[in-house]
Write a protein that binds this ligand. Sequence first.
Ligand SMILES: *Cc1c(COP(=O)(O)O)cnc(C)c1O
Length: 352
Amino acid sequence: MYPKLTINLNKFKHNLNTLNSLLESFGITMMAVTKVFCADQPLIDVINDSSVKYIADSRIQNLKSMKTSKKRVLLRLPSINNLDEVVLNSEISLNSELVTIEALNETAKKYQKTHEIIIMIDIGDLREGIYYKETIIETIKKIKSLKYIDLVGIGTNLTCFGGIIPEKETLKKLIDIIKTIKTTLNVEFNIVSGGNSSHLHLINSGEKVPYINNLRIGEALVLGRETSYGKQINDLYKDIFTLEADLIEVKLKPSIPEGRIGMNAFGETPIFSDLGLMKRGIIALGRQDVDFHEIIPVDESIRLIGSSSDHIIVDLTHASLDYQVGDRLLFNVTYGSLLSLMTSKYVTKTYL
Ligand SMILES: *Cc1c(COP(=O)(O)O)cnc(C)c1O
């Protein structure tokens, strides 16, 4: 059935192993992040067959459903209302709230398990983490006193909300905190998790930031690029995922709707410019599956002009081929479209 997302497992394997060896050469372990592909099991199996140490996801449902023997890391801060699931379905979680960590301790005690945590520090991107200017010593002391919590690491997240690029100067804020904790409490961390795919621009230019020995990598695995500047990394594939959708109508029509213009199906008032008569196509794919701005036609001579819940309208006027009903259009994906296409149950997934 179409629309269809084709997933090349060999290319994914190549990206995974290449990145993992690259990071290893810098003394950095990798957490393979699976949220963008909803922890799809065939891709998880590729990770299972690799020497990657950790598997990480932001959704507890994904960690629960995946079959893996790797250490499972919960990336999104756990909700204090849902800690049984966290303790039962992850070995490590990222945390920033002492109340949650204390409650995690109680939950871990209930199951007679030790739960490992990585404490998150916000060094300016303003998403999760204890703000770096706050005193963290008391918090660390309290965490260390919890019997069922093992403080295995410290980490930070950049280029997520604030778009802050990881640079030595910025990361020094994290390193200073690590040093302070070491000198005041004599506490050291096994894992210093320096960020996500945006950190790879430093690796790409051969820069090793001291202390950082772990990265949580999602986008670079699936799209082959770092995310500070969007540059391609080495010989990584960027076309692991390709999308195909059917043309269900091809007709010559005007470029401006006729009659008085009100709202479209989404409460927006559309604006059109008069381009004369057009060859217009409709593909069987819509907003319920993907934002049409986020899919890239492989045939550069076609243009996407709009969408509704179940349809995307295509301008075929200047197309290099004479497209007909039943033809399939091929697209490349971005992070945003991959996220929603993998989530849509209406998109068939096939594997190469
Ligand atoms: C999603 C996520 C990552 C991975 O980010 P990419 O840019 O896809 O590499 C890393 N850390 C956290 C906390 C995340 O939520």
